[in-house]
Design a protein around this ligand. Structure first.
Ligand code: 13P
Length: 250
């Protein structure tokens, strides 16, 4: 099956209103050059408004970096899925390893957040991936199965409108990338795991790779048969680098 490539920029907690506006403007204007791929950028919450404004007449879509699992109510400091949708988001990252490790997002919370996203019409980008210790201990697949378990229940009903991003924790922000073969091996495992529960979905779901994707390694990663695009951190903060990565996917 032909899966349309997708490149997503995760800006994490960087920038100011002015820099977010300038970066979004550059990506919006240059995104037109890659009509055969989907492109999204995920700025910090406070910059969603200005970025939405810059993207309004472009084909680049807006996403957020996390959300609340609750619909609305007395949840001080939280942001609901409907609020993200209201401001113009199509996408939301859930279960990023930084959220799991630093902010206590449990496997169950990640599933609940993903469900809240889908209920509000957003597409969740569900992040999974092992630490260096898990890789060295040979428990990568076990860990992935555990992270995927809430999503494979009931014929993968929770994955019907979702994207999965494989982000090995040891490759995030370290300059160390999984080799194309290492990435392919894990993507193949994820797809095979989904196939056991829902074969057509396994064929159509997009699997992104994330972790030190740069202009000089993107093409070889995206060339792998089960890698359908990338979730880009550091390199998404530079318009030139991000657009070159989009070029590699297109
Ligand atoms: P880097 O591209 O900076 O390694 O970050 C990857 C990532 O965590 C994207 O979500």
């Amino acid at each position: 099956m032909d899966r349309r490539p997708l490149v997503v920029g995760n800006w994490k907690m960087h920038g100011s209103i002015a820099s977010a506006r300038a970066l979004a403007r550059a990506v919006a204007s240059r995104g037109a050059a890659y009509p055969n791929i989907d492109i999204a950028i995920c700025p910090p919450f406070l910059h969603l408004g200005v970025v939405a404004h810059e993207l309004r007449s472009s084909r680049v879509e807006l996403g957020a970096q996390t959300l609340s699992e609750f619909e609305h109510g007395a949840y001080t400091g939280e942001i609901a899925a409907a609020m993200l949708s209201d401001i113009g988001c199509h996408w939301v990252i859930v279960g990023h390893s930084e959220r799991r490790a630093l902010f206590g997002d449990s496997i169950f919370a990640v599933a609940a957040k993903s469900e809240a996203a889908v209920a509000a019409g957003l597409t969740p980008i569900i992040c999974v991936g092992e630490t260096l210790v898990e890789r060295k201990n040979g428990t990568t697949n076990e860990l992935l199965l555990e992270q995927l378990r809430p999503f494979t229940e009931n014929g993968c009903v929770r994955l019907h409108k979702a994207v999965i991003a494989y982000e090995p924790v040891w490759a995030i922000g370290t300059g160390e990338t999984a080799s194309p073969n290492e990435a392919q091996e894990v993507h193949e495992f994820i797809r095979a795991t989904i196939a056991k529960h829902n074969a057509p979905l396994a064929d159509s779901i997009r699997l992104l790779y994330g972790g030190s994707v740069k202009p000089d390694n993107a093409a070889e990663l995206f060339a792998m048969s089960d890698v359908d695009g990338g979730l880009i951190g550091g390199a998404s903060l530079k318009a030139e680098d991000f657009m070159q990565i989009c070029g590699a996917a297109s």
